[in-house]
Design a protein around this ligand. Structure first.
Ligand code: KIV
Length: 268
């Protein structure tokens, strides 16, 4: 069983692999591939639930999909996202929502889209026994303020990300996701921190990498510029569906091997 302590020990030693999953079957396949961390991202909203952003994702949806991923997992560390507005408005609610994803859904840790407002909460959750993965750079819950563009490209913005990274490490975060930031900024942050950085669109020098699983296997219709498809699952999927429809329409399916006859029935 991978723990947050194992992950911390991998910083600068072993490249960390992380992929998203939103259901038990995918979690099983991802784990079989040897991935260290499974992230139940709130990208659930765009990838699975058909929304055009992560903003509509609810606590109930995160809890349900996290529990499914946990049921499909034996060894990988399961980290789950706190969705938009589940933290920040009220301290008690923030703690309760984070705790619920561990207590009810069985996650091992939570990820917070981070900023100045999450430093104190990271410390409190860590003190309470809820491990926190921080997330800086492009934070999709802030799409209405930041868009989906690269972050940390000006001197001030880069320094703010670096300072917040240090502040979250000091507050007790066990790892940090850096999304869509310059590779040299990610390298500098990785150098400065003891906890591992996990990059997505942040260059090769982070301690680990994360992708949305549908992008990684080639199931997504379109992918961000920093993602790579390592397979062609979408075309394999559509070929299989086309073949099924054709086989039913042609009367080829089901055949004798898919059917059974109960000889003793008197149906006259
Ligand atoms: O929600 C998500 O899938 C994420 C990853 C892209 C890091 O936050």
């Amino acid at each position: 069983m991978t723990t947050v302590r194992d992950l911390r020990a991998m910083a600068g030693e072993d490249p960390i692999t992380m992929l998203t999953a939103y259901d038990a079957t995918t979690a099983e396949l991802v784990e079989e591939s040897g991935v260290d961390v499974i992230l139940v991202g709130d990208s659930l909203g765009n990838v699975v639930l058909g929304h055009d952003s992560t903003l509509p994702v609810t606590m109930e949806e995160m809890a349900s999909h996290t529990a499914a991923v946990v049921r499909g997992t034996d060894d990988a560390l399961v980290v789950t996202d706190l969705p938009f507005l589940s933290i920040g408005a009220d301290r008690g609610d923030s703690i309760e929502n984070a705790g619920r994803l561990l207590k009810e859904a069985g996650a091992n840790a939570v990820k917070l889209e981070s900023g100045p407002h999450t430093v104190e909460l990271t410390e409190r959750l860590t003190d309470l026994g809820i491990p926190v993965m921080a997330h800086l750079g492009l934070t999709p819950q802030h799409v209405n303020r930041l868009g989906y563009t690269r972050q940390g490209t000006s001197q001030d913005a880069a320094e703010e990300i670096r300072d917040l990274a240090v502040a979250h490490e000091d507050a007790g975060a066990f790892a940090l996701v850096l999304e869509h930031v310059p590779a040299n900024l990610a390298a500098a942050v990785t150098d400065e921190l003891d906890i591992p950085t996990i990059g997505i669109g942040a260059g090769p020098d982070c301690d680990g990498q994360v992708l949305v699983v549908d992008d990684a296997v080639g199931l997504s219709e379109s992918t961000p510029p920093f993602a790579e498809a390592f397979g062609e699952v979408r075309s394999a999927y559509t070929d299989a569906l086309d073949d099924y429809v054709a086989a039913v329409e042609d009367g080829q399916f089901p055949s004798g091997e898919h059917s059974h006859v109960a000889e003793d029935l008197d149906l006259d």
